[in-house]
Design a protein around this ligand. Sequence first.
Ligand code: ZN
Length: 378
Amino acid sequence: MEAITTTGTFFDGLSARPRPVTLRLTFQLEVSGEDVSRDWSLLDLRAANAAPPLMRINHAQGSESIEFSDAAFAEALKARCPDLNRTESGGGLTRLVLWSIAAGVSVLLTAVYGVPAASNLLAPLVPQAIEAQLGRSVDAQIVGLLDDPPLCNDPGGRAVLDRLTARLAESMALPTTPQVSVRQHKVANALALPGGRVILLSDILAKAKSGDELAGILAHEFGHIAARDPMRSVITAGGTSFLLSLVLGDLTGSTVLVTIGQAAISAGYSRDAERTADAYAVAAVKRAGGDAAALAAILERITDADDEKPDATSFLRSHPVTAERAARIRSLAGEKPAGPGILSEAEWQSLQGICPKPAKPEKTKPDDKDTKPPTEKL
Ligand SMILES: [Zn+2]
């Protein structure tokens, strides 16, 4: 590895005295001056706040730090120090204590209650920042597992979707602002992920016959977010090891994420969780002026369509009481309100056009070998 050298200033953290030093970057950072000689591991370097081009680096253990103003050296350091921008909550000792407590608590909870119950207790305690990071990772995992379906972002459709999202979310007590993405995929599905993320697969737009139906689906997913169901199911899928990695802040690249991505696609929520999300959806759609019973109609349509496919069992297995569920939605929804519904006809047309039209429209055959529908999870 090529050595890079620059000059800088060393502070011992005990006195304010700046000491001129030479900095030499190899597989380590060598700090040398008149009465200073340090060989710092690159894993122990942490960037501190400083106005560029000044760069301030703290050593993770102890109170020593250095400063320098050399853009090339800064770039080289960034490239070689994996944890340069890592933020530790309160230093090494706090971290260790947290780690021990979390390990003890999660093992105890898991032993006493089992993983699902432990996840019920722990899901609301996960900080939003960690949940947001986790949401990004799970989103990327799912997109990979679905063979990278293209993102649908027609500006007109996108604007309608954003307005609809804001209108529904307005009246719901959500822990975070939902972020809805649409991806072109032959399966009608919608997935709620940690951090308020929702992925709509485009076939659900094709199956929906009105803005109210799609609003019902969206509001149902927001209902899962309100109840923190995605976080709970991620904890359940990841198990205790996942809880530990959450506390350690080491999520990226974790093999646990693959399990979680798969679980997010294939595992359904409990019947109670679905009923609660349905009730949320009905209330939100009603408040927004839509026909809340439309959710029942689209759920029935998707189930019927799924029934004709060879691997229909997946949807039915995770939604064993669709008839009862639909009846319950209709009774909660009550009378169909007067008026045009939640979206105007023009808005609904725009929203349906959010995905680019395929160059050659072709009919999807039920026995298409390339189609591997993920389990429906609405
Ligand atoms: Zn659901």
